[in-house]
Ligand binder design. Sequence first.
Ligand code: SAM
Ligand code: 2KA
Ligand code: SF4
Ligand code: MG
Length: 224
Amino acid sequence: MNTYKINEIFETIQGEGQYTGTASIFVRLQGCPVGCSWCDTKQTWEQLESDKQSLSNIIIKTSDSPTWCDADETIIYNTFVEQGYRAKHVVITGGEPCMFDLNPLCNLLHSKGYTTQIETSGTFEIQAPDQTWVTVSPKINMKGGYPVLASCMLRANEIKHPIARQTHVEELEQLLIEAPVKQNTLIYLQPISQKTSATELAIETCKEKNWRLSVQVHKYIGIS
Ligand SMILES: C[S@@+](CC[C@H](N)C(=O)[O-])C[C@H]1O[C@@H](n2cnc3c(N)ncnc32)[C@H](O)[C@@H]1O
Ligand SMILES: Nc1nc2[nH]cc(C(=O)O)c2c(=O)[nH]1
Ligand code: SF4
Ligand SMILES: [Mg+2]
């Protein structure tokens, strides 16, 4: 059993990476110390006691807010059932989900027939079962970035690197030399915030390096 801080739980279509297009339940956990300047979920950074609310308030959320609630894996699973979610793929994101031991949550979900995926920055040890699909979006040169990054890179099923400038590409190339990935790990470039220049750079680099493009489909079609 473990207690998780939940920012939101909702059902949508995965908009990023290898599972793009897959009906998914998102569990967004609260808290992240990394501080990426372009982060699109800054409301998840703090874990303030003054923002603690009931699960029922968190479930009815319709816009981004820093409020959160405590819930264990059984409460999270029961919420999926009560909400009538039909998706069988669960994406655990944040915030930084690897601040929490995700084994109890993922193991329970696997036993109930779900597949699981983690979106992580590689700044905390990944505590999850082998079956869990791990997406590492490596936070290079960020405070607290390095000690566990190499082991996260080795565990990754996909790398998904947000880029806006050539230096971001070069940082990833350098990281892949210092912290190699498995031979079958997929490598995605994801343009930061749908900027045209970022998207063009990502397209050109993917063609050049035989990498994959991830474009945050949910933002283009206006879903959460
Ligand atoms: C909000 S993060 C949460 C999970 C974890 N902290 C991480 O960074 O991977 C989820 C994904 O969104 C990406 N992301 C965040 N802000 C973005 C932005 N403005 N444009 C493109 N991707 C972004 C992150 O790199 C990560 O792949
Ligand atoms: N539809 C949708 N797909 C996503 N893939 C990764 C997301 C995230 O915020 O981690 C995300 C998200 O917030 N929404
Ligand atoms: S690591 Fe993820 S959640 Fe944390 S600031 Fe960076 S993009 Fe946002
Ligand atoms: Mg998002």
